[in-house]
Design a protein around this ligand. Structure first.
Ligand SMILES: Cc1ncc(COP(=O)(O)O)c(C=O)c1O
Length: 469
């Protein structure tokens, strides 16, 4: 009997939060309800989501960086339909998938350096796992250096390279050999590499948690040190790649030559999970050194036809619509707009990022009233202040954005690269209105923050009384 997916969607609509809470993830449902993100979306188009009442939302979060090309891009959608309609066989396992060969070739042509081999997988964290394994095997050095605030995914190896206690705590022991150092600290890097047993230095060219950008020459110097001590550079481009920062890969801004480069997220065109690990030939040849070792690292669902086709279509859209340049141009307009507001609103301390990966950092204000509010809220809870931006942006202006990490006052924006001038105006008008309200102290925004802080404190003490250790 055929199933009617539209009927399933229609009959569950409006009940999805109860359904999800009962059967999937009740804590996440509580979060969504607390911050008022429990909406009833029924459609999507480009940078917009559409709810059951036909209202449009501006998506400046892009599903954590998946929708570089917008939602439901017609070219990508059609390509996937064509693959399904063709009945072309996939996952034969004992075969050489045509589309994998094509996608690897296209990726290799687009990166600025020589990365002649590709390993495909299904997600970002899986790409990181492969890279750490390959670096360890190829160099015969078990150590790896990673950065504070780094985010590379949450499986065991990737978590071992994470740079934030809020993700790590309680999941020890990690993969042995990890050394965490501060971003932009070259002395610390040299100290660790000099031990001689470090096979990999893994980094995001721009850190997603906090939108931290490298100091000038940091990565060039890091490259010199890695070469000197025989350490491989792993560039995690899972969020920054595929045009996000106004280059195909963000390490092009640095002019470096990493040994292993990771893609995922936008490469799926927002349809099918995919991950890709590009590497120098000698690394591949070291891991897959013989026919006996041809399956020494593999995964069942890699190189699926739909994922490979989505990747090929995504790269075509990137080229045809000139989206790398567009990311640079629209990113510049966006940054100029945000910087103009920085001059007007004292809580805005910095606007930073590249292309369409931007963050706004808030900081302690000078005026007395605001300073009182700032101190009070931060004393109650280190995580809450940015919600005073994200929640009203969503509630009052229907703009989706995200807090950029734990215990930092940074809000982050990842609009699709196809964003228009009208979308930017929608955003900047909304953001300015939010800033205006936020700069009124006392005022309703601060009252909401106080309420949220109290709520969080009560939840924390409830947790502590349940787990006193
Ligand atoms: C830079 C970076 N690396 C790795 C990952 C992990 O990817 P995934 O969530 O697909 O496992 C992410 C996810 O946000 C990321 O931003």
């Amino acid at each position: 009997m055929p199933i009617d997916i539209n009927e399933i969607l229609a009959s569950a609509r409006g009940r999805q939060f109860d359904l999800f809470s009962d059967h999937v993830h009740p804590q996440w449902t509580r979060v969504l309800r607390t911050i008022g993100f429990n909406r009833n979306y029924v459609g999507a188009e480009g940078p917009h989501l559409i709810d059951a009442e036909g209202r449009r939302y501006l998506d400046f979060m892009s599903g954590w960086g998946v929708f570089n090309f917008g939602r439901n891009h017609p070219t990508i959608k059609q390509t996937i339909k064509d693959v399904i309609a063709s009945d072309f066989p996939g996952w034969i396992a004992f075969d050489a998938p045509i589309l994998a060969g094509e996608l690897a070739k296209e990726l290799q042509q687009r990166v600025p350096n020589e990365l002649e081999r590709t390993y495909f997988c299904n997600s970002g964290t899986e790409a990181v796992e492969a890279a750490l394994k390959f670096a360890r095997y190829a160099t015969k050095k078990p150590g790896y250096v990673h950065l504070k605030k780094a985010f590379h995914g949450l499986t065991n190896g990737a978590l071992s390279a994470n740079g934030d206690d809020s993700f790590r705590a309680g999941f020890e022991p990690f993969l042995p050999g990890g050394r965490m150092i501060a971003f932009n600290d070259l002395d610390a890097l040299e100290r660790e590499l000099a031990s001689g047993d470090v096979g990999a230095f893994i980094f995001e060219p721009i850190q997603g948690k906090g939108i931290n950008i490298p100091d000038e020459n940091y990565f060039q110097e890091a490259e010199r040190l890695c070469k000197k001590y025989g350490t491989l550079m792993i560039a995690d481009e899972i969020q920054t790649g595929l045009g996000r920062t106004g280059k195909f890969v963000a390490y092009e801004w640095e002019g470096i030559d990493p040994d292993i480069v990771l893609f995922s997220k936008a490469l799926s065109g927002g349809y099918i999970p995919v991950g890709a690990v590009l590497m120098k030939k000698w690394i591949y040849e070291s891991v897959y050194s013989s026919m006996e070792r041809a399956m020494v690292h593999a995964t069942t669902f890699s190189m699926g036809n739909l994922a490979m086709a989505a990747g090929l279509a995504s790269l075509t859209v990137l080229d045809d619509e000139n989206l790398i340049e567009r990311s640079r141009i629209m990113g510049e307009k966006f940054k100029v707009g945000l910087k103009a507001l920085q001059g007007k609103y004292e809580l805005i301390h910095e606007v930073r990022g590249r292309g369409l990966m931007l963050g706004v950092e808030f900081g302690k204000p000078k005026s007395l009233g605001l300073k009182t509010g700032w101190k009070l809220i931060h004393k109650m809870d280190q995580n809450l202040f940015p919600q005073a931006v994200v929640i009203p942006l969503f509630d009052d202006h229907r703009i989706l954005s995200q807090v950029a990490g734990h215990a930092i006052d940074v809000v982050k924006f990842l609009p699709p690269l196809i964003v228009t001038d009208e979308d930017l105006k929608w955003f900047l008008d909304g953001f300015e209105a939010v800033m205006k309200n936020l700069h009124k102290f006392p005022g309703p925004v601060w009252e909401v923050l106080k309420k949220l802080s109290k709520h969080a404190m009560t939840a924390r003490s409830r947790e502590q009384s349940k787990n006193p250790s």
